[in-house]
Design a protein around this ligand. Sequence first.
Ligand code: SAM
Length: 247
Amino acid sequence: SSFGFRDVDAKEKVRMVRGVFDSVASNYDLMNDLMSAGVHRLWKDAAAAKLNPRPGETILDVAGGTGDMARRYSKMARGAQVRMGGEDASVIVLDYNAEMIMAGVDKGGEPEMSWTVGDAMALPIPDASVDAYSISFGIRNVADVSQALREARRVLKPGGRFLCLEFSRPTAGPIRKAYDAWSFHAIPRIGEWVAKDRDSYQYLVESIRRFPDQATFKRMIEDVGFSRVTVTNLSGGVAAIHHGWAI
Ligand code: SAM
């Protein structure tokens, strides 16, 4: 890859990622808490506010897992609907792991939500059919990131919004040091104790390291045709929101 982060063969990556999520689907919330020291809830709130779901919109949440983002979008669209009227929103959760979807259905949905099994790299969604596309802590696991971005561009209507929430690069030295210690030493150990699965957690940490930094990922998003792409760092760049427009 021209970005130099795809040092794992694509097929191998798919196999490893499926293994990771099959083995942790039931421990899923715990995993998120461990990876982010519990802060992922606040990051998700910030990302949902940035997406700004409106009544009547079709919102697609790709790699949606157990529906954390989709629940937020549903409630926000409904809140806006109460204030300003309009149609019900439709929030589609798409994930290629049926176990994650099933765990999400068990957790309970909102009336706006529907669940679909599908691949971010070949979305089972028509061209120019959604108002907003989001992917939260999912794109770094996709074997071909640019292909997922092209699919996002394809399914968005003109004027539609793209939003990605993902682990990124801490911008300041001290945060980076603390974060490296946390991710390289603590997380695999905790993964071993809690989930009896050190390798999967080690893989998650490494996948964060391999993913492109804020500026590189922004260029990739622009390269597939998104406009006015912005980056919002969260917790000093431990995570970042990339937002852009399909124009
Ligand atoms: N978006 C949720 C959240 O923020 O809580 C779930 C994030 S979870 C860390 C990553 C999800 O990406 C998993 O549910 C996994 O099955 C899904 N995933 C990975 N690669 C995918 C792909 N190519 N297409 C669809 N889903 C994928």
